[in-house]
Design a protein around this ligand. Structure first.
Ligand SMILES: [Zn+2]
Length: 314
């Protein structure tokens, strides 16, 4: 069986450009300056850099990297594709150190690459991202805490406890949110924005869900404090499964995630869970999906927190 890592897009810059162009320009090249799609020529020549086009409408050159997470980065596109593949194919994520050891370059570059790839995985930023659930579908909602426990920490001070709330479709997608604390006031806007009211809604018996549950066609709660975990199809075990992957990843691979960056890691775990084998995505399709998220997400070094954060959260 041929290794996926031996595929040419990971090694040949021209092929990498063709691959990204096919994904981001399904109908052919688009001038980033003026939107022209017809009068465009590909610049060829021994000294011309890969993927360079010229627009004959506005007379300006452009590449597929412009306006994406790849813009203003010196990292070759084939290395970007390697990093996207590695992060998409690792169920529990891949640490910045591991990426750094695999692709070489500086630790700061590795940190920057991994955060930009997480930016691609932010489904909430996609135009087609509607609400979870819908008629005939079941949504589970639950909360968990990241950090705050000594046994999850190999060394150093115990990081403060962070609250995470999540919504998951049974057999479908998940979205999780870093919230200051788990209260009806904090959860209400998230549920209103992300959960379709035609869904059946499954939670534990926390008081806040009694009121929020009335927004749905049906609400079932299981009493976890009385050790009741399943009553018919009333359970939140789908969520338990997701939280377990999230925690194994955060404690085992990333070890410590700073409060400021937790939402980025949540986007990464949400993405891999939502686009898994069960929903029709193998490693290759998952990486292709993440690549689509590169579009219209130019992210500056400053907006990711800069080098101080690189040292703190590496
Ligand atoms: Zn143009």
């Amino acid at each position: 069986m041929p290794s996926i890592l031996s595929e040419p897009r990971f090694h040949n810059e021209a092929v990498a450009f063709e691959f990204v162009e096919a994904a981001l320009w399904p109908n052919g090249p688009v001038c980033k300056h003026c939107g022209e799609t017809n009068r465009i020529g590909k610049l060829k020549g021994k000294t011309t850099r890969a993927g360079l086009y010229k627009c004959y409408a506005c007379r300006k050159p452009f590449t597929v990297r412009m306006g994406t997470i790849f813009e203003s980065s010196h990292v070759p596109l084939r290395v970007w594709l390697q990093v996207i593949h590695l992060i998409c194919a690792s169920k529990k994520g891949m640490s910045t150190q591991q990426i750094h050891r695999t692709i070489g370059g500086s630790m700061t570059t590795a940190w920057f690459l991994t955060h930009r790839v997480r930016e691609c995985m932010k489904e909430l930023g996609w135009p087609e991202a509607g609400k979870l659930g819908g008629e005939g579908e079941t949504l589970e909602a639950d909360e968990t805490f990241i950090g705050g426990r000594a046994e999850n920490r190999a060394y150093g001070p115990i990081p403060p406890k962070q609250s995470v709330f999540a919504l998951v479709e049974r057999d479908g997608r998940v979205r999780s949110f870093h919230v200051p604390n788990v209260t009806a006031a904090n959860l209400a806007p998230i549920i209103a924005r992300h959960a379709h009211p035609d869904s059946r809604f499954m939670t534990d018996e926390a008081n806040m869900y009694a009121r929020l549950g009335t927004w749905f066609v049906d609400h079932q709660a299981v009493n976890h404090s009385a050790k009741q975990y399943v009553r018919g199809d009333a359970y939140t075990n789908t969520m338990e499964g997701f939280f377990s992957i999230l925690k194994r990843g955060i404690y085992g691979v990333y070890q410590h995630v700073s409060e400021a960056h937790l939402h980025r890691y949540l986007a990464e775990f949400d993405f891999r869970y939502s686009y898994r084998i069960k929903t029709g995505f193998d490693d290759r399709k998952r990486a292709d999906r993440a690549l689509l998220g590169a579009k219209d997400k130019r992210l500056t070094y400053r907006s990711t927190g800069g080098s101080r954060a690189a040292q703190a959260s590496a």
